[in-house]
Design a protein around this ligand. Structure first.
Ligand SMILES: [Zn+2]
Length: 325
């Protein structure tokens, strides 16, 4: 009785109602985190060429954005800032009056319930575009960690609910947890970019965040795309250092890593669907080669099926509208 012709799996797919009933994985708006790029100036709402639907926004635009995001029921945003000035040490990153710090205040003032996550890194703030401090031509781990911890504290003091270190320095999660706790910010959560790969799919983001390295590359700190077992070690370390949740970035080429992370750990797991993933769908859709809605929702569903609890996606707004039906 267990094989054809008695067993016919097409029975499960005969009507839309049956398909709904037997569906194993569901993406909902509750899963979505929308990245926002905040820039200096007034009245700036400039679409990023390689990321249709994603904008550079000045702080005065945030109240309107926050209201729209709340209306769409998207629970969380992930903030990136482009500072007025960059320098060798990325000092604008840990300036309490810096762009992200002010943006956090504005968002929290406008929509207190919106979960505000801040990206913690130095690459948008350093003149050389690396994620840490340069010593003798290379990124110095421990000096960078100290500055990342300072940055995280200023974000938390401004009102961030969650800080998300994305630099891939060793020991940064522990240093950030300690600095937060020492500053009386023990309620602030850490989502670590635990397995962040040196990926070609970040291409459009570097335009958006103006964060391309001015020399060399990030291969000495971001992970080798060929390694999955090493991701387990990275995630394990971040959990031991106090990460409340962990992230895999990028997402689409790393479904196996998401799956391994899901099977190995019980911590909440986020997947970051990066700019290149969006760009592939957007560009193909513009040419009429892909159905944007179906392709986007299929991608998000695949990330959840692989084991992600939360998805950072530039398509969060569109997805929220499509999922509303
Ligand atoms: Zn960085």
């Amino acid at each position: 009785m267990s094989s054809f012709p008695e067993m016919r799996l097409r029975r499960l797919r005969r009507t839309e109602s049956l398909r709904r009933l037997f569906r194993e994985t569901r993406v909902t708006v509750d899963d979505l985190i929308l990245p926002l790029f905040v820039v200096p100036g007034q009245n700036v709402k400039q679409e990023i060429d390689s990321m249709p639907g994603t904008f550079h926004l000045s702080i005065d635009q945030l109240p309107r954005e926050a209201e729209e995001i709340a209306r769409l029921c998207i629970p969380a945003v992930l903030l990136f800032g482009l500072p007025e000035n960059k320098d060798e040490l990325g000092t604008a990153a840990y300036d309490s009056g810096g762009i992200v710090q002010r943006a956090v205040c504005e968002l929290k003032r406008q929509v207190p319930d919106l979960v505000v996550i801040t990206d913690v890194c130095l690459c948008q703030y350093t003149s050389h575009g690396h994620c840490g401090v340069i010593e003798n031509g290379r990124v110095d781990n421990d000096k960078s960690v100290a500055l990342l911890a300072r940055t995280a504290v200023t974000h938390a003091e401004a009102g961030a609910d969650i800080v998300a270190p994305s630099d891939m320095m060793d020991g940064r999660v522990g240093a950030i947890r300690e600095a937060l706790d020492d500053s009386g910010l023990s309620d602030v959560m850490i989502i670590s970019y635990a397995a962040k790969y040196a990926s070609a799919f970040y291409g459009p983001f570097r335009e958006a965040a103006d964060s391309a390295p001015q020399f060399g590359d990030r291969l000495s700190y971001q992970m080798d795309p060929a390694n999955a077992r090493e991701a387990i070690r990275e995630i394990e370390l971040d959990i031991l250092e106090g990460a409340d949740a962990v992230m895999v970035k990028p997402a689409l080429c790393y479904l196996d890593v998401i799956k391994i992370a899901r099977d190995s750990f019980s911590h909440p797991l986020a997947a970051y669907s990066v700019s290149g993933e969006l760009a592939m769908i957007k560009a193909a859709a513009q040419k009429g080669w892909l159905d944007e809605r179906r392709a986007t929702l299929e991608l998000l569903t695949a990330l959840k099926r692989a084991g992600a609890d939360m998805i950072v996606t530039y398509a969060a707004r569109e997805a929220a509208r499509w999922l509303r039906v």
